[in-house]
Design a protein around this ligand. Structure first.
Ligand SMILES: [Zn+2]
Length: 326
């Protein structure tokens, strides 16, 4: 082999080795970049906000800018009246900058914890933004906590929350206020649509009977009489007298259906159906209503707006068809 050829072979080999080395370096770089999960959002300051219920978490997702992360403690089908903070929740609450809860004793078993946390961080209750005369008093002392089931009242509470958050985070004030106005406008539009839908139900049959007393604000706003087997909280069990008096009313008014709730046990409604059946009255199960928790995508109830829309459709369908008992 001539010297020229030897030089060529040497350089060709060296070039191949350089290519392999370059490839390995690029591979290592890709792995490093991927393992760091580079995300431009992480360069911005992240504010950590914790919400108790899904309805509150959804509102916060809608009104807060992108550099805020919202964590919701109670998932779908969870009963907030009975909910106790788990060790993981305590960690989330400890890390949170701001905590938003419903108030009016909805989160009955977490009240003590919120009082403690108030000493060191921002803890806001939606109910604090509502005027007292818009609240329903149930047993002469306590206010009914189910404020989200009336979209007009909820929009009012979310507006007040938006104002508080805008005050707490002045650097994002403008965006929070604009987002709040847009979101509450959508909620009020939903309310108008619900009113038009509910007006299709014959007036006499506008009676909503369900497992626990969650729908008083809803009933007041839309002209629907509301009755339930359990009280405002799900802690109490229905008595025999409640079952028998509800049965009498159902048969008198020819009410076609009763409804079950996603977060409450079904057995109390079953007792009522059986009592009606013994009197020869076929009481239907009108379907499932989302009262104290949102649902999932399959149920078309994964957001607050979808949840109320779904409830309205279920209610109108259940209370407008009744051929069996006529
Ligand atoms: Zn409830």
């Amino acid at each position: 082999m001539s010297i020229k050829n030897r030089i060529n072979v040497y350089f060709a080999g060296s070039k191949a080795a350089t290519n392999v080395l370059f490839g390995l370096l690029m591979f290592a770089l890709i792995i490093i970049v991927n393992s760091c999960k580079f995300n431009p959002k992480e360069w911005q300051e992240h504010h950590k906000i914790v919400a108790t219920t899904g309805m509150i978490g959804d509102a916060l997702e809608n009104i807060l800018p992108e550099n805020y992360s919202v964590h919701t403690l109670m998932g779908q089908g969870v009963d907030p009246h009975q909910y106790e903070a788990k060790p993981n929740d305590i960690d989330e609450l400890a890390r949170a900058e701001t905590i938003v809860y419903n108030g009016l004793h909805l989160e009955g078993k977490m009240v003590g914890l919120f009082v403690k946390l108030k000493r060191e961080k921002k803890v806001l209750a939606i109910s604090d933004g509502l005027i007292e005369n818009r609240l329903i008093t149930t047993n002469g002392i306590q206010h009914d906590p189910h404020i989200w089931l009336d979209p007009f009242l909820w929009a009012y509470g979310i507006e007040a929350l938006g104002q508080k958050l805008a005050h707490e985070y002045p650097e994002d004030k403008e965006e929070i206020i604009i987002n709040t106005l847009n979101y509450t406008r959508k909620i009020r539009e939903l309310g108008e649509w619900m009113r038009a839908e509910i007006n299709q139900i014959p007036i006499r049959q506008r009676v909503l009977i369900t497992s626990h007393d969650a729908f008083h604000y809803f009933g007041k706003s839309f002209g629907v009489k509301v009755d339930a087997l359990q009280g405002i909280s799900t802690v109490s069990e229905p008595g025999i007298r409640t079952v028998s008096s509800l049965m009498t009313m159902i048969i008198d008014k020819n009410i076609p259906a009763v409804f079950i709730e996603s977060s409450v046990a079904k057995k109390s409604i079953q007792a009522l159906k059986e009592a009606c059946a013994r009197k020869g009255y076929a009481l239907k199960e009108g379907g499932m209503l989302f009262s104290d928790a949102m649902g999932d995508k399959k149920q078309h109830a994964e957001t607050y707006i979808k949840m109320l829309r779904r409830n309205t459709e279920t209610l109108v369908k259940g209370l407008t068809n009744n051929k069996e008992n006529e």
